[in-house]
Design a protein around this ligand. Structure first.
Ligand code: ATP
Length: 486
C-alpha cells in the first residue's frame, strides 16, 4: 500500500506502464526527455476523455462548434499573438551541476517551503517580490531574490548561479527546402490561435451569432526549460480549448459562467470537491482582464489543470492589425460593429489524464484473518473506462468459450469489450480491476442451460445473475454519458 504521496505517485507511474497506459517515448533508445507515448489502454482512456469534453462543450451547447486547425500556421500569427517576443521563461543554470532551472519555479519552491515551515510572512513577502520582478521582467532582480533567499541547486547543493536569461518556448523548423531562416515556421505552442484566425470563417459559414464559441482539441508544443513529474509537463502535449466570443462589456458575466461551468464538468465525474480549488492570477498577462486556474491536488501539491481567461479583444485586434483583415462582428441587436471580447477555457488533456489516473487508483487491502490479499483498482467512471466490460468463460472447455464469443459478438460493436480466458477467474477479475473495467461477465455451465451470466461489479465486487438478453441494455445504462452530462 502507498505510504505517502511520493510513493503513491511512483506507484501510479509504474501502474501506467505495466498495464499499457503510458510509455516513455523512444524507450529502447533510452527515451526522449518529457515526451511520452500512450499505449493500448491509454489511447482508449484519452479518447474517452476527449469525448467527454467534446460532448460537454460542443454537443450540449448549440452555440459552440468544434474545429480542427493545422499545427503549422503562418509565422506572422505568432508575431501578432505576442509569442515570438513574449513567450519566454526566465531560466538560470547552476555552474557546478550544469543543471538548468526556471527561476520562477525555484522561487515558488522556496515559497512552498516557507509555507510548510509556518513562515507565512516570509512566504508572502517573497511571493510579492517575485510577482513584481516578473511583471517588470526584471531578470537581475529575480537572480537577486534567488541569492537573498539562499536557494541552492538541488543537485550540486551550491549557490554558484549564472545570470537569469529569457528562453523562448517555441519550437521552430523549416518549411520547404530553404534553410536560410526565411521559411521558418513554428510548432504551435497553443491551439487557441488556430481558433482566432478562423473566427470569421466559422462565424460566416456557420451563421453564428454572438455569443458563440469555437472549440478545438489538438497537439501543442513547448520547449519547457525543465520538464518533470511524468505527463504533467511535457514538450509535446494536447490541449482542449474553447474560445467564447462575446459582446464587449458582458465578458465578466461570461467569465463567471465559464468558471462555474468548467468546475462542474470536473466534479461531475464524482471527484471530491476538496480535491479542487480556484487560484486567481495575481499577475495578469498583458492581454487579460481576469484569469483563474482550476487546480487539483496532485500528490505533489495543488497544481493547475485548466485555465479560464478573459482575453479581452486582444487576439482578434492583433490579427486585425497584422493581417489587415477586419475581425469584426455586426451585432444586429445593437446595430453596431465591434471586435468581440473572448473568454477562453483551456485544459491540458494529458494533465487531466494524469489527474484521472491518480484519482481513480487504489491499492486495496482485502486481507482476512486467515488470508493475506490485496488488489490494485482503477475506479474509473464507467463512461471513461477503456473497456466497458470483459467477457470471461469460467473454463476453456465444455462449450463455454463458444458461448462467451457469442456474447462478445453481440456487444462489441456498441462497446469496447475485453475477452480473457487465461488463468483462474480470480486472477482475471484482478486484471480487469487493475485496468478499470467496470463489469466482468462470467459465462459458466448454467449459462448453457438458461442463458444467464454473472455480472461482477468492479468497485463493490458484488455479483448478480442476469439474462444474456438484458446485457446490452444494462451496460448501455451503466456507461451512458447521460449519467454525467444531463
Ligand atoms: P504552466 O503554468 O503549468 O506552465 P500555463 O499557465 O503555461 O501552464 P496555459 O498556457 O494556460 O498553461 O495552458 C493551458 C493548459 O495546458 C494548462 O492548464 C495545462 O493543463 C496544459 N499545459 C500547459 N503546458 C503544458 C505542458 N508543458 N505539458 C502538459 N500540459 C500543459
Amino acid at each position: 500500500m502507498a505510504k505517502n504521496n511520493d510513493e503513491l505517485f511512483k506507484n501510479v507511474i509504474s501502474h501506467a506502464k505495466e498495464y499499457g497506459f503510458v510509455f516513455q517515448s523512444s524507450e529502447i533508445y533510452d527515451g526522449l526527455s518529457a515526451v511520452y507515448d500512450y499505449g493500448q489502454l491509454g489511447a482508449e482512456l484519452k479518447n474517452n476523455i476527449k469525448t467527454y469534453w467534446w460532448k460537454a462543450m460542443v454537443q450540449m451547447n448549440e452555440n459552440i462548434v468544434g474545429i480542427d486547425s493545422a499545427i503549422f500556421m503562418h509565422p506572422k500569427i505568432w508575431k501578432a499573438s505576442g509569442h515570438v517576443d513574449g513567450f519566454n521563461d526566465p531560466m538560470i543554470d547552476n555552474k557546478d551541476s550544469k543543471k538548468r532551472y526556471r527561476a520562477d519555479q525555484l522561487l515558488e519552491d522556496k515559497i512552498s517551503r516557507y509555507e510548510k515551515d509556518g513562515k507565512t510572512d516570509k512566504a508572502e513577502k517573497l511571493q510579492h517580490d517575485m510577482d513584481e520582478a516578473l511583471k517588470a521582467e526584471d531578470l537581475p532582480r529575480l537572480k537577486a531574490l534567488i541569492e537573498e533567499h539562499e536557494i541552492v541547486c538541488p543537485v550540486s547543493g551550491t549557490r554558484n548561479w549564472t545570470d537569469v536569461r529569457q528562453f523562448n518556448l517555441m519550437f521552430s523548423t523549416q518549411m520547404g527546402a530553404m534553410a536560410d531562416g526565411s521559411d521558418e515556421v513554428y510548432l504551435r505552442p497553443e491551439t487557441a490561435q488556430g481558433i482566432f484566425v478562423n473566427f470569421l470563417n466559422v462565424q460566416k459559414s456557420g451563421r453564428m451569432k454572438i455569443p458563440f464559441g469555437i472549440a478545438q482539441i489538438g497537439k501543442a508544443f513547448r520547449n519547457e526549460v525543465i520538464a518533470r513529474q511524468f505527463i504533467m509537463r511535457m514538450r509535446e502535449f494536447e490541449q482542449m480549448e474553447m474560445q467564447f466570443f462575446v459582446r464587449p462589456g458582458t465578458e465578466m458575466e461570461w467569465y463567471k459562467h465559464w468558471k462555474e461551468t468548467r468546475l462542474k464538468w470536473h466534479l461531475a465525474l464524482g471527484t471530491s470537491p476538496d480535491k479542487y480549488r480556484f487560484h486567481d492570477h495575481s499577475k495578469l498577462a498583458h492581454y487579460a482582464n481576469a484569469a483563474v486556474d482550476i487546480e487539483f491536488e496532485f500528490p505533489f501539491g495543488f497544481k493547475e489543470v485548466e485555465g479560464i481567461h478573459s482575453r479581452t479583444d486582444f487576439d482578434l485586434s492583433q490579427h486585425q492589425e497584422f493581417s489587415g483583415k477586419k475581425m469584426q462582428f455586426f451585432d444586429p441587436e445593437i446595430n453596431q460593429n465591434y471586435v468581440p471580447y473572448v473568454i477562453e477555457t483551456s485544459i491540458g488533456l494529458d494533465r487531466f489524464f494524469l489527474l484521472t489516473l491518480i484519482n481513480s487508483f487504489e491499492e486495496q487491502d482485502l486481507s482476512t484473518a486467515d488470508k493475506q490479499d490485496s488488489r490494485s483498482v482503477l475506479h474509473l467512471h464507467p463512461a471513461l473506462a477503456p473497456y466497458k466490460a470483459a467477457v470471461l468463460p469460467l473454463t476453456k472447455k465444455d462449450g463455454l468459450p463458444e458461448k462467451a464469443r457469442e456474447i462478445m459478438n453481440r456487444l462489441k460493436l456498441d462497446f469496447n469489450m475485453a475477452y480473457d480466458e487465461k488463468d483462474s477467474i480470480g486472477k482475471r477479475y484482478r486484471r480487469q480491476d487493475a485496468i478499470g473495467t467496470p463489469f466482468c461477465i462470467t459465462v459458466d455451465h448454467q449459462s448453457l442451460e438458461d442463458n444467464t451470466v454473472t455480472i461482477r461489479h468492479r468497485d463493490s465486487m458484488e455479483q448478480e445473475r442476469v439474462a444474456i438478453d438484458e446485457l446490452e441494455n444494462m451496460i448501455a445504462k451503466l456507461v451512458s454519458w447521460k449519467n454525467i452530462l444531463s
